[in-house]
Design a protein around this ligand. Structure first.
Ligand SMILES: *Cc1c(COP(=O)(O)O)cnc(C)c1O
Length: 391
């Protein structure tokens, strides 16, 4: 077994996800985990009860239908109509997946062939690089720069080549909290139409836009038949362990993604699919209260981080605040900072540097999750304020 490394070389450097490393560090040290983006409070009791009921009633305990249970596909279609005025046929234009993660993987494996190029804004969610590599394709990163992380649309236009097949977009954007504006969405749609590109949109934070509202790219002119729109229940309903996601798009695109999806998990999360169908039908008050609660938490943590000496970039959406540590800990890079943070003051965060190909753009950026109880955020901010970062 000499010579060639065991791991597919396209996956070099993707050994253990940073979330696993930092969550393990949090467990080992008992630190407050503001690294991985999961809420420390479960979602609505009625939705939990719906899962229990499904399980007890024997719904979903055996393999559910490959495309997802009809109740959930109908609920996804209703949700798209209710929030965005979009019509999808629940039988052919909706596909249930094992979270957004599987939807992204299935979309990449379905749409890409070796040698194809995928343009994505970096820093990117860590599964993107892995999925593009598993499809044998090449990632073409476009760097979002602090302080406001706006996309450079001229750079996007210039990055398109004959080999470009997919634009992979994430808005609201993890980790920066950037939300694409209507003008940016229109420009991106125009580029996709002009160059006949497919677009995959990761919209898992669709209900966490703090000012204004989320607009799915698929709703723009020319995008209905070239966009694979992805979302999931994890973030919206605070059940990240349930892994219920979905794809909406044209019949042809959904059929393509279904083809690869069926050989990844085939199906998943049977009883939870019924519960998520009920969750999606919750009244508007659920969605607005959830967003308002997270906005309050954002403001609480943001003030605490600023107080502790971090440069904070206020996110327009998501669960996360990106900060810069260069004023606080001069000369320290984000990875070193995050590896020593638990010992220093009992807090875990995530270095954004690992989400960039760019060698320096994210070197001193650290991400904190604020989807935690207010007292936890206050405690973490206190610890950070008292810590000594000079040495
Ligand atoms: C959390 C997250 C996902 C994964 O969603 P699951 O439904 O848990 O698989 C995908 N994309 C982004 C940007 C995320 O933050």
């Amino acid at each position: 077994m000499e010579g060639r490394p065991l791991l597919n070389r396209g996956l070099d450097g993707l050994g253990t996800t940073i979330f696993a490393e930092m969550s393990a560090l949090a467990l080992a040290t008992g630190a407050i985990n503001l690294g991985q983006g999961f809420p420390d409070t479960d979602g609505p009791e009625s939705v939990r009860e719906a899962a229990v009921r499904a399980l007890r009633d024997g719904r979903g305990n055996q393999y559910p239908p490959g495309p997802g249970v009809p109740e959930l596909r109908a609920a996804v279609a209703d949700h798209q109509r209710r929030f965005y005025g979009l019509d999808f046929d629940p039988d052919t234009e909706v596909l249930v997946t094992a979270g957004a993660t599987e939807a992204i993987a299935a979309a990449m494996l379905a749409l890409l062939e070796p040698g194809d190029e995928v343009i994505a804004f970096e820093p990117f969610y860590d599964s993107y690089a892995a999925c593009i590599a598993m499809a044998g394709a090449k990632r073409v990163p476009l760097t979002l720069h602090a302080p406001d992380f706006r996309p450079d649309l001229d750079a996007l236009r210039a990055a398109v080549t004959r080999r470009t097949r997919v634009l992979l977009l994430n808005s609201p954007h993890n980790p920066t909290g950037m939300v694409l504006t209507p003008a940016e969405l229109a420009a991106i749609a125009a580029i996709a139409v002009e160059h006949d590109l497919l677009v995959v949109t990761d919209e898992v934070y669709e209900h966490l836009v703090f000012d204004g509202a989320h607009t799915p790219l698929i709703s723009l002119p020319g995008m209905r038949d070239r966009t694979v729109s992805i979302s999931s229940a994890g973030k919206t309903f605070s059940f990240t362990g349930w892994k219920v996601g979905w794809v909406t798009g044209s019949r042809e695109l959904v059929a393509a993604v279904r083809t690869t999806k069926q050989f990844l998990t085939y199906v998943a999360s049977g009883p939870f699919q019924y519960a998520v169908a009920e969750a999606l039908a919750l009244p508007d008050t659920y969605y607005t209260a959830f967003r308002d609660d997270l906005r309050t938490k954002r403001d609480l943590l943001s003030a605490g981080l600023t107080d502790a000496g971090f440069t904070t970039y206020t996110p327009q959406g998501t669960y996360f605040i990106t900060t810069d540590i260069s004023a606080l800990a001069p000369g320290t890079d984000a990875l070193t900072f995050c590896r020593t943070l638990p010992a220093k003051c009992g807090v875990v965060a995530v270095p954004n540097s690992v989400f960039y190909d760019h060698p320096t753009a994210g070197r001193t950026q650290v991400r904190f999750a604020f989807c935690k109880k207010p007292e936890v955020l206050t405690d973490a901010a206190d610890r950070l304020r008292k810590a000594d970062f000079s040495g």
